[in-house]
Design a protein around this ligand. Structure first.
Ligand SMILES: [Zn+2]
Length: 365
């Protein structure tokens, strides 16, 4: 029995990807930051994908340093995407539903604002709609996340070099806005595109891409390379700037799959996310000074990985279960890769993600 155990342990080790922290460039100056947020992606959601792949290496196995983020907001132990987006983007804990401001409504600059002031281009790529709370935290300052008009006006004012995702109706329908805001964005200088294919042919910034009336569809309904391709085209445009860039990419629908307690949808979202993160890590391998941070804003669904066994003797897989259709207070993994990734290998507040990105990309500390 002991021998069998040893043999299987040796076999398991042979298939374990080597720990690569020693290969991470320790104090390399950070020129580019690629921040990837899996909305609602807790450790169990990431782990469900690893189990789904039968422990073949996933993007998560490639992380050079791993940290843990505490997510509570200013007014709740269980945050929403607005407060957690603000924590990551701007470094302050605010109340749920508030974007880019303190609980007493004082606007705060985001890491994207600081990047812009330093002459670095900014890109935002999402799979839901571009006015959602997570992207909004990087350019908007509104007391209510549902204030579409305010978020659009702040977006046009901030003018990201690239911003793409869904949400056309919020720019055009009188229920949301009194005038056609796509026309307003064009008048402000945006190149406007309506499909990913049109986007891939476009390089003239600033670019506004609205690829769907509402959210861009969930991964289960479409091409699983969308996030990767849109992100890499964005990076291809931004890295013409020799000073560096900041880009935020959101795997938005992980949250929606978990809200729906739909394990099949979750798998498709995780596969799309894996392709995106692997591409970002590959980019860091070939572009010195690139730091990739992969994290989430909150956990959704209370995902648990139960045994699918009928009894203690059966060989079994995992039965993904959910304990809620809402968000939870679980702390979150932070997977870091590339230049100075070690700075994220700790237990920290979600606001520290902003602090460390700013120290590395802006203050060059
Ligand atoms: Zn949610």
């Amino acid at each position: 029995m002991k021998r069998i155990l040893l043999v299987s342990l040796a076999a398991a080790l042979a298939f374990t990807p080597s720990f690569s922290a020693d290969k991470a460039p320790r104090n390399e100056k950070v020129k580019n930051v690629i921040l990837i947020i899996g909305d609602g992606m807790g450790l169990a959601a990431a782990s469900s994908w690893m189990i789904d792949r039968n422990y073949e290496p996933t993007c998560f196995d490639r992380a050079q340093f791993v940290g843990i983020a505490k997510t509570y907001s200013a007014n709740s132990k269980v945050t929403d995407s607005a407060a957690s987006g603000t924590a990551i983007a701007c470094g302050v804990k605010t109340n749920n539903s508030m974007l880019g401001m303190t609980p007493d409504t004082v606007a705060v600059p985001s890491i994207a604002t600081y990047a812009r002031e330093k002459g670095l281009p900014v890109g935002i790529v999402v799979s839901s709609y571009i006015l959602d709370a997570t992207p909004g935290a990087f350019f908007a300052h509104v007391a209510k996340r549902g204030d579409r008009k305010g978020i659009i006006e702040d977006m046009i004012k901030f003018k990201p070099d690239v911003i793409v995702g869904g949400g056309r109706k919020y720019f055009t329908q009188p229920d949301y806005v009194p005038e056609n805001m796509i026309e307003k964005a064009k008048a402000a200088g945006f190149t406007y595109v309506e499909t990913p294919e049109e986007f891939y042919e476009t390089t003239k910034t600033p670019i506004l891409g609205l690829f769907a009336e509402d959210s861009y569809p969930m991964a289960i309904e479409r091409d699983l390379d969308y996030l990767k391709d849109a992100a890499m085209h964005t990076i291809d445009i931004l890295d013409d700037c020799k000073k560096g860039f900041f880009v935020m990419i959101e795997g938005s629908h992980i949250d929606h799959a978990a809200h729906a307690n739909n394990a099949e949808q979750l798998t498709f979202e995780m596969e799309e996310f894996d392709r995106l993160v692997n591409a970002a890590f590959d980019y860091a391998d070939s572009h010195k000074g690139t730091l990739v941070i992969v994290t989430a804003d909150h956990e959704t669904g209370g995902v648990t990985l139960n045994s699918a066994a009928k009894d203690s003797k059966s060989v079994t897989g995992i039965d993904v279960k959910f304990s809620t259709t809402s968000h939870t207070g679980s702390p979150l993994p932070i997977y870091a890769y590339g230049a100075s990734a070690w700075r994220f290998g700790q237990v920290m507040e979600n606001t520290d993600i902003f602090v460390r990105m700013k120290e590395l990309l802006i203050d060059k500390k």
